[in-house]
Design a protein around this ligand. Structure first.
Ligand SMILES: CC(C)(COP(=O)(O)OP(=O)(O)OC[C@H]1O[C@@H](n2cnc3c(N)ncnc32)[C@H](O)[C@@H]1OP(=O)(O)O)[C@@H](O)C(=O)NCCC(=O)NCCS
Length: 201
């Protein structure tokens, strides 16, 4: 897999998680307001043990694709991941993200999604589509996707179980051609990848 780069946006820095991120993970992720919009496997309560596991090895295991800590003002405030689909679907990747409630509405998620989207199309030649399956009730995340140039593809009725209830999801997606059209600075993204690539261990 292409090494994880450090990506510097206008509002945040994206970098690999480190063990020292565990307390910040607990501070921001141990929050029902964050967890209620995430997949049912997201730990809640978000314990120090869960944070340590995520920061030390799970986030770099490959199971979740590329995973970045979202850092603002020098500290972790959230996470973003991009997981490529396998086999004949490998031109697709799923993006997922969360931000600690104390940092909402500062443009951080939009900045992070833009950085990851631009980097992915520049650095992963096979990738043509990035998708975000978002809970239908999650207006904030759909607004982030829209703001980053993603389009609403479809509703997936009754497609997930969250907290024991079956819910609808809405798929938002963006395509390599869309990114080229809005003149993404692909050269800069590639340069960032080359300059700051960090080999997985
Ligand atoms: C969704 C989430 C990532 C948004 O993060 P954020 O950093 O606050 O988002 P941004 O500041 O980049 O907001 C971008 C746009 O989204 C919209 N938006 C953000 N929060 C919103 C809210 N609570 N209600 C309605 N619209 C909202 C706004 O239009 C905003 O643009 P504006 O500030 O120019 O008006 C954050 O609320 C979160 O982590 N929620 C819990 C986990 C989650 O939902 N993750 C996504 C799973 S698919």
């Amino acid at each position: 897999m292409t090494p994880l780069p450090i990506l510097q946006g206008e509002r945040c820095l994206l970098r690999a998680l480190v063990p020292q991120d565990a307390p910040a993970l607990v501070a921001h992720a141990d929050d029902p307001a964050v967890a209620r919009s995430l997949f049912d496997g997201f730990p809640q309560p978000y314990t120090p043990a869960a944070a340590t596991a995520w920061a030390t090895h799970e986030s770099q295991s490959g199971e979740f694709g590329w995973v970045w800590a979202i850092a603002a003002d020098g500290a972790l405030v959230g996470c973003i991941g991009l997981r490529p689909d396998a086999g004949w679907l490998r031109c697709n990747a799923e993006i997922g993200y969360w931000i600690g409630q104390a940092h909402w509405r500062r443009g951080i998620a939009s900045d992070a999604v833009r950085q990851v989207t631009d980097w992915a199309f520049a650095a992963v030649p096979e990738l043509t589509r990035i998708h975000a399956p978002i809970f239908a009730a999650n207006e904030a995340s759909q607004a982030v996707a829209r703001k980053c140039g993603y389009v609403r593809e479809a509703t997936l009725p009754q497609s997930a179980i969250k907290d024991g209830k079956v819910i609808d999801r809405v798929v938002w997606a963006t395509y390599r051609t869309e990114v080229a059209r809005r003149d993404a600075d692909i050269g800069a993204a590639l340069a960032a990848t080359a300059a700051s690539a960090m080999e997985r261990t």
